[in-house]
Design a protein around this ligand. Structure first.
Ligand SMILES: Nc1ncnc2c1ncn2[C@@H]1O[C@H](COP(=O)(O)OP(=O)(O)OP(=O)(O)O)[C@@H](O)[C@H]1O
Ligand SMILES: [Mg+2]
Length: 356
């Protein structure tokens, strides 16, 4: 059953289109992540679900209720913002308990629930403090606890981890995922960070310029990007995208003929050939194995990242990134042969940018 339903939802300001007639079903208990670059309409979409922004067109359903015209307080959603939005003059306990207080929950019951939620996010020992005496991660947990204590039908989270350092972000990310799995509360989570999207989501919505580009599980989006935009956006380092041609089923990159690849029947003439850095193999022996094609180039740069070597290889006028074994030692200018596995090559139409 779809718990949150967007039906042809649109947001315009004059002739600025923030979100362009999009439809989307979010399942009960699902963790849905909106992923896309700055300005693609993530926050606007979320604010329309929250009731903080009025759609120019379309309807929003939560459960079996059309909430398009409902006030935010009547929608049973809890939002966690990037800047936390805590009350500075209140203690942690009062911040967390505030939504219960305005609902008229009695003092003792409030204390009991605050205690229970504080335990979930490991804040019991900090309940008497003020927000200014907390670290960024602790403040984030207070904001999270305040959302949890409401037990809403839907959590809305807009880049909630972006003010935290990398290490804290990774641990809070795991924490959010665990809490959500435990509580099974339908969640919409906004981020421009594709790692965050991959690790958190049941399904990802990739957006660009107010338009949904792809909807799928992290594994689906990663394995079969729907178009060039998604291919370039999801993955780090991103997928290599090479200009190529296909004639009679044979792929050429520049003057090199890539025997062994099996382009789809729809790939004809100019195409974009995509291959991820980790799917390329440095063929030290200089030959391809079954189901591989060989591409020759020169080392442009070699970087040791610790667990791997990132090679940049120049092939004609293109540069490819290759994720190689950390023991790989190649010098700038060295000739190198790259093996492309046929089953991990992606073909795109350079005009429509769609996957072929
Ligand atoms: N009140 C407004 N008036 C006009 N345009 C607006 C208004 N609010 C947002 N926009 C535009 O709508 C588009 C989508 O904005 P939105 O805030 O949803 O982006 P976002 O995906 O959340 O980006 P970010 O990652 O930077 O937060 C942007 O181009 C933005 O400039
Ligand atoms: Mg935003």
């Amino acid at each position: 059953m779809a718990l949150v339903k967007l039906v042809n939802i649109e947001k315009r300001w004059g002739n600025v289109v923030g979100v362009a007639r999009q439809s989307l079903d979010i399942q009960d208990g699902e963790f849905m992540v909106f992923l896309g670059p700055s300005g693609c309409g993530k926050t606007t979409t979320m604010r329309m679900v929250a009731g903080l922004e009025e759609p120019s067109d379309g309807q929003i359903w939560i459960g079996d209720k059309d909430v398009t015209d409902a006030l935010p307080k009547d929608r049973d959603v809890a939002m966690v913002f990037q800047n936390y939005g805590l009350y500075p003059h209140m203690s942690v306990a009062d911040n967390i308990g505030y939504p219960l207080k305005i609902r008229g929950v009695g003092r003792e019951e409030r204390q009991r629930q605050v205690q229970e939620v504080a335990q979930k996010v490991e804040l019991e020992h900090l309940l008497a403090r003020r927000p200014r005496d907390l670290s960024g991660g602790q403040r984030q947990r207070v904001a999270l606890a305040r959302a949890i204590v409401r037990r809403p039908q839907v959590f809305l989270m807009d880049e909630p981890l972006s003010n935290l350092d990398a290490k804290l972000r990774a641990s809070m990310r795991a924490e959010i995922r665990r809490l959500q799995a435990e509580m099974r509360i339908t969640t919409i989570y906004v981020t421009h960070d594709q790692i965050e999207a991959m690790t958190l989501a049941d399904r990802i919505v990739v957006m660009k310029s107010g338009v949904i580009q792809q909807l799928g599980t992290p594994a689906e989006v990663y394995a079969r990007p729907a178009n060039l935009f998604v291919a370039g956006f999801v993955g780090s380092p991103p997928m290599n995208l090479l200009s190529a041609t296909v004639q009679g089923g044979v792929v050429h990159v520049g003057v090199q003929r890539l025997d062994g690849l099996t382009p789809p029947a729809t790939a004809q003439g100019d195409v974009v050939l995509g291959v991820r850095p980790e799917d390329l193999r440095v063929a030290a022996e200089g030959s391809a194995q079954d189901g591989e094609a060989l591409l020759k180039g020169q080392v442009y740069m070699s970087e040791l990242t610790g667990d791997a070597v990132l090679l940049t290889v120049e092939v004609g006028k293109d540069r490819l990134c290759v994720r190689g074994d950390r023991h790989l030692r190649l010098a700038i200018g060295d000739p190198v042969a790259l093996a492309l596995p046929a089953q991990h090559c992606h073909f795109f139409d350079p005009k429509t940018e769609a996957r072929l």
